[in-house]
Write a new protein. Sequence first.
Length: 202
Amino acid sequence: MVQTTTSGVGLRIDRNLASGSTDRELVFIKQDNASDDQPALAIQQDGAGYGMYLDQNGNKAGIYIDSEATGENPAIHTVGKYGAFFGQDISSGYGLKVLRDIAEAGSNPLVNIIDTNTSNTSPALYVLQDGAGYGISIDHNANYPALYIDHDGVTSNNSIKIDSPTQTTGDVISAFGADSLQTGGLLYLESDSSHTGTRNLV
């Protein structure tokens, strides 16, 4: 089908039936041969419009993917200058939610942020919070460190740096409510270096 007029559409498929009257998809594309390595659907957009536009008005997911792929083949794979953008414009929602509810004994974290080029000088993660909420909030309920930093390669720089705090009466670093302490401590610092030079732990 080729559209040769400036108005109208090249292909339109309509259905106006209640859910009790239907039992299948409006459009179904099936690629059934496991040896075929070509896409089931390809869209090429050379113009200034969207490659695909979806106006989802029902109270259900706009796009739902059930992927059984393994071998580090993600359900969604984007490549480009800007990989993905998620914007929240309705109150009491969220911009991004990542969930795992399995007894995972593997080696992969729930979220990977990997910036592997050694010449890179930009942050791997940037958080901007202009409101009164936390920049990062961690609710950690397991008997394990809530924040762990393995900082290899540094020789003369900081592992944690707080730059130009503006407090006038508050504390730059605060640890409070440790009312369950018995034989533990509020702060533990250790250096077991064999170097004989002068150094400060604090």
